[in-house]
Design a protein around this ligand. Sequence first.
Ligand code: ATP
Length: 320
Amino acid sequence: MQRVALLTSGGDAPGMNACIRAVVRKAVYHGLEVIGIKRGFNGFIEADMEPMNLSSVADIVQRGGTILRTARSDQFLTPEGRAKAYENTKRFGIQGLIVIGGDGSFRGARSFYLEHNLPVVGVPATIDNDIPGTNQTIGFDTAVNTAIEAINKIRDTATSHERAFIIEVMGRHSGFIALAAGLAGGAESILIPERPFSYDEICEKLLRGFRRGKLHSIIVVAEGASGGLEVGRKIKESTGIDTKVTILGHLQRGGSPSAADRILASRLGARAVELLMNGATKMMVGVSKGEIAAVNLDDALTQAKTIDVEMYHLANILSL
Ligand code: ATP
């Protein structure tokens, strides 16, 4: 293998830049040439790409977002769009592709390999942490830290009044951010799509806490479980307690990546290059039990990722 390409696709996540840096530098270290594809699969189809070298990735390890930019591409969903992208791999002499993104991006990469036989390696990067085949995705740790920082600030103001604060966090259909931020932020209740919840129980716990003299009550809601505003309204209706709702939204996507995300991104990016050099065809890199691991994309895309139920119960116990 002489020339590899890389792109970032789907939603951006803090740490994508650290991963781009690792891919480029690791490839250059091994004497490979690197092509950076801009705007995800759109740039792949439209030949929006250029060679990258050591200095293309200088001073980006600490930056959020992605210097290659990212996109969602309707064209790449079609065989015709992917065939156009394949023409560009021939034109630019690309022999392997690294896709940094979420599971949708990996589905695209897998279809591309199956149709055109060009090796692909996926690197999981999404704040939602909803990709099977890896315990953690790039961006998750930073997003959780951002959510905790917000919870800390809300706690300060919450102590001054008898109010319940509802904080809606991202995560799409999963509750990984909510569970981690709720546990680390000491929330009274954590609402996630993976577990049923009862408003009666939430309200009862809230009232019990206030009766005991608790100064604040914080409820973390995953966007996939319910809307924060609705939770606030229902709690107020049932308890009469004043509720204040904060929707963290895209704040969680931004910011300088945490040390953990930079390290993860560096390790995963470097391993992706190694896999391509060693003849991988359609793989994904991930982390399992603290070790960097490689998983076949077929397996990764058919597995379901479950939340840590023990951690969920622990959060409940600690917030009695
Ligand atoms: P995030 O988790 O941040 O949303 P993602 O990679 O899952 O990231 P998607 O929008 O699902 O984001 O996918 C990114 C792009 O991957 C899509 O815009 C599309 O071009 C391509 N893609 C997704 N699913 C498929 C598929 N089944 N076949 C081919 N291409 C796909």
